[in-house]
Design a binder for this molecule. Structure first.
Ligand SMILES: Nc1ncnc2c1ncn2[C@@H]1O[C@H](COP(=O)(O)OP(=O)(O)OP(=O)(O)O)[C@@H](O)[C@H]1O
Length: 308
């Protein structure tokens, strides 16, 4: 099955107020279905700002975002003192997400149960402990099976069982094709599992491990990216370097085969090119060892990266 990007950021910047310092600048990020992305960085570098932009809570001050996945977000600080019980609150949110009330109530109970908070279902949220209230924060994000799950320190305050459960849920969601972007202060969190780890520093988002880094490229199955360039544009050098195979499939259209570990970096390079390329589809290819057997990627639609 082909994959369209769920979301992409291109040249995104964010600052607070007209004259505030830039917190983020020139951020490019391609979020594919099934991707697990970790974001790191020192305190105050802009991780939460980036996650709020990804979650659609905050708008970029400059740059472009394309794609509108069904998104759920666990904020760093959850407003716990709401005038509802946990079950009422979750049922209400489930209904807002389009579940009928009985289904929403069942989903609310199921998620509270899964995180060991069933006994607090009828407790007013203002009376919940910090940890129990964090379980409600996590449950509200999982209710509607989001396509993009954004977790800002979501493990903080959870007990050991709930922390493990949340790791399991993240792996389940990505296996089901959802993307998960998370920040967590514990380096052991989902260690070795993320497809890519980025660091926010000096306003920039830098790839640390995973796609496009030396430890990642060359591993894993091939991914085929179909993209269309501006008329008579050269394939960007960075893309040529990352791709294992480049084929011109029509006027301005190209097909790139890239090891899975390098696919995000290749997508970023296409989106960053000036003028930018249009990513048409992303799909699985044949193993890199069999280049002569060309695979036909499934074209699933077009992601137009708008320009200002
Ligand atoms: N709503 C806001 N208004 C003004 N400044 C803000 C706002 N939100 C964040 N900032 C500033 O933006 C910078 C980045 O904050 P952010 O919370 O994104 O960083 P962070 O990397 O998540 O930090 P931490 O690790 O401490 O959670 C900080 O200087 C912060 O003071």
């Amino acid at each position: 099955m082909g994959r369209e990007l769920l979301l992409s950021l291109e040249g995104v910047g964010r600052r607070y107020g007209f004259r505030g310092p830039w917190i983020l600048r020139g951020v490019d990020l391609a979020v594919a279905p099934g991707a697990l992305i970790r974001v790191e960085g020192a305190n105050g570098t802009g991780k939460s700002t980036l996650l709020r932009v990804l979650a659609g809570i905050d708008a970029p001050t400059e740059g472009r975002m394309a794609g509108r996945p069904r998104t759920a977000y666990v904020p760093e600080r959850f407003p716990a003192a709401l005038p509802f019980t946990a079950a009422e609150y979750l049922t209400h949110l489930g209904a807002v997400h389009g579940l009928d009330r009985p289904a929403a109530a069942r989903a609310a109970d199921d998620w509270l149960e899964r995180f060991g908070a069933a006994e607090y279902a009828r407790t007013p949220m203002a009376q919940l402990s910090k940890g129990s209230s964090q379980k409600v924060a996590v449950a509200q994000a999982l209710l509607a099976e989001p396509e993009l799950l954004v977790l800002d320190e979501a493990w903080t305050g959870l007990d050991a069982d709930a922390r493990e459960e949340l790791e399991r849920v993240v792996v389940e969601r990505t296996a089901a094709g959802a993307a998960v972007v998370f920040v967590d202060h514990d380096p052991r969190r989902l260690a070795g599992v993320p497809d890519a780890t980025y660091a926010v520093a000096g306003g920039a988002l830098n790839l640390r491990t995973g796609a496009g880094t030396s430890e990642g490229v060359g591993e894993g199955p091939a991914v085929v990216v179909e993209a269309r360039g501006p008329s008579r544009a050269q394939v960007p050098d960075e893309v040529v370097k990352l791709a294992a195979d480049v084929e011109e499939t029509g006027a301005g259209s190209h097909r790139f085969s890239v090891p899975e570990a390098g696919s995000d970096a290749l997508l970023r390079a296409l989106l960053r090119a000036r003028p930018p390329w249009h990513v048409v589809s992303v799909g699985p290819g044949k193993a890199m060892a069999e280049p002569e057997e060309e695979s036909e990627p499934e074209v699933t639609g077009e992601l137009e990266v708008e320009r200002s």
